[in-house]
Design a protein around this ligand. Sequence first.
Ligand code: DC
Length: 241
Amino acid sequence: MRGKGLIVTIDGPAGSGKSSVAKRLASEIGFSFLDTGAMYRCVTLACLRKEMDLGQLQQVANIASQVQIEFFADKVVLDGEDVSEAIRTPTVTKSIWAIADNTAVRESMVAAQRRWTAGRDAVTEGRDQGTIAFPDAECKIFLTATPEERARRRVSQLLELGVDISYEEVLEMQNQRDRQDTQRESGGLKPATDSIMVWTDGMTGDEVLQRLVTIVGSKRTPEMNSMTEQPLQHKPHLMPR
Ligand code: DC
């Protein structure tokens, strides 16, 4: 299915803090990092910019197979443009379910994820990484926290960004995303049967990172040890089409 790359998958619901900790884990163990949510965000942004009807499944799927998404250490580039901020606006977040529910889009995203990781050691983060994209991954983690804890964290993050929003509003939006993510017909959020579940309630980011490093360490094969002794290379990660 793929080359010699060793894969660590991290799945979990919105607000579980998995993006930042997955990125830190990748850096800590010397693996590349793939943020698969950013891929769905890029396709959503591309479709919104073209003012497409997101219900036109085939047209949307065509966009998904045409766009070029590149990952650099500190930015996401869509068709040559740095879209790191543009893909995280509420407009994109609100429309993304239509893209993530599109089975043909999911197929092309999963194919691109497998091409991107071929021959590369990678930490991949998303909703379906351990179940659909990399069922044979060496290490699978499901990172989660109670809805209340996730909403509390989100409110403080937003406050730091100067966004004043009530806890109740955040919790309601998050519950809605959880429903969309878990009820999705293909690629719905669920732990792989062989994943390790990590509840992060009451843990700091550093503590979660340490826990993940320990889990990966416990799963290490001799092959994994020799690979991770190599220094981390900061090459741009080009996603092949
Ligand atoms: O992790 P995130 O919030 O950036 O993800 C954005 C959306 O993309 C999220 O609502 C679910 C979807 N997604 C998905 O369906 N499958 C993935 N592997 C990653 C994200």
